[in-house]
Design a protein around this ligand. Structure first.
Ligand code: GAL
Length: 366
């Protein structure tokens, strides 16, 4: 019974997440997306248009997909769901080609060039460097191929160019400011008294950042701390290191920080869950206990981390909805293949995951 109520609550939260991008029902205040001036929509709207178009001949359509790096937990969930959903919508498995950019822009640019030579009908690209978007867009648009960017958002000027030129280019993703804000709120909601183990009246934290070129890392770093100061808390940053979204690097960084700052560290912010898993290993090795003498938050809601939230070994995470994002990207690609257009920015919302809804989140992910 209790589980059912939680599931319903979560389902409601997720519905809000899918319709919230346009602004009305967002669960937490997030700043406007970068493409504010451009037309925006959410993943659910795009799905409707794609379904209405009642598939041209998708079985013969070729889609090229570029992922910045296969060795990334979250993007692995994303690309698996993307491929399965494309197949469920009528694409033939052999016409879906997914390339690993191996975190190297030159490699990925070659892969894009090969897709252009091959004559794919649509490209879905998770750029290695968002700053390369202008070059990528020019290559793809000049070849007359529609383009859907995912996960790493190009900057506002680049998105404006698509609109100004009426190009068949769009971005599907979430606004990372919201995820950072939710991380900070999860900590702020504990109250200063519960956080301030060393009694200095401040929240003493360390920050473990993803790839610094990535807007997700920049915003999560900034907005997690901003949520604490917005809640009236004084903050003290003890360390801020780059872990490149990677578990092993997260572990090393947190192990070093714990050796240097010991019991003064009250909160560990990780820009993603993979690094939070590494942080947890370091915390346990140092003999510290999450929830008792330190707090730890991540982003993504990887299954393992949600299980840790249920067990109390991780304080909280933020669901990065790879399902809505991959379906939104596929639906946008289908619209393009069918000769239709898309809004330039297609968003979706993050969802806070704490002990209150962790079980329901886990059930919904299975
Ligand atoms: C983020 C995600 C990270 C990592 C990154 C790659 O949205 O939270 O775990 O996958 O994208 O760009």
């Amino acid at each position: 019974m209790k589980k059912k109520v939680l599931s319903l609550l979560l389902a409601a939260a997720m519905t809000a997440a899918l319709v919230g991008c346009a602004g009305a029902a967002a669960p937490a205040p997030a700043a406007e997306p970068a493409a504010e001036a451009a037309e925006t929509s959410d993943a659910a709207d795009v799905a409707e248009t794609a379904a209405d178009a009642a598939s041209g001949d998708l079985a013969n359509a070729k889609v090229g997909i570029c992922i910045y790096q296969f060795a990334d937990n979250f993007m692995t969930l994303f690309r698996t769901e993307l491929e399965n959903y494309l197949i469920s919508q009528g694409f033939a498995k052999e016409n879906i080609s997914i390339q690993d950019g191996a975190n190297d822009q030159a490699t990925q640019t070659n892969q894009i060039q090969n897709f252009i030579t091959e004559g794919v009908d649509v490209l879905i690209i998770n750029p290695v460097n968002s700053s390369s978007a202008e070059t990528i867009t020019d290559m793809v648009v000049n070849a007359g191929i529609p383009l859907v960017y995912i996960n790493r958002e190009p900057d506002a000027a680049e998105e404006q160019r698509w609109q100004d030129n009426n190009w068949n280019v769009c971005y599907v993703g979430c606004d990372a400011r919201q995820s950072g804000t939710m991380q900070g709120q999860i900590i702020a909601d504990l109250g200063l008294e519960a956080i301030d183990f060393n009694g200095n009246g401040k929240v003493d934290y360390i920050m473990v950042e993803g790839d610094p070129e990535n807007i997700d890392a920049q915003y999560r770093t900034e907005f997690s701390v901003k949520a604490l100061t917005d809640a009236g808390m004084e903050v003290n940053e003890l360390d801020d290191q780059v872990g490149n979204w990677d578990q092993a690097q997260g572990q090393q960084i947190v192990a070093n920080a714990l050796a240097n700052h010991g019991n003064d560290i009250e909160v560990v912010f990780c820009n993603n869950d993979a690094m939070a898993l590494g942080a947890l290993q370091a915390i346990q090795t140092a003999g510290r206990t999450v929830g008792k003498d330190i707090y730890l938050v991540g982003v993504d809601a990887l299954t393992e981390v949600v299980e840790d939230v249920i067990a109390g070994t991780i304080t909280g995470t933020v669901f990065n909805d790879h399902i809505a994002q991959s379906h939104g990207a596929a639906d946008a690609a289908i619209n393009f293949v069918n000769g239709n257009t898309n809004d330039y920015y297609i968003g979706c919302d993050y969802v806070k995951v704490t002990t209150e809804n962790a079980q329901a989140t886990l059930d919904s992910l299975k």
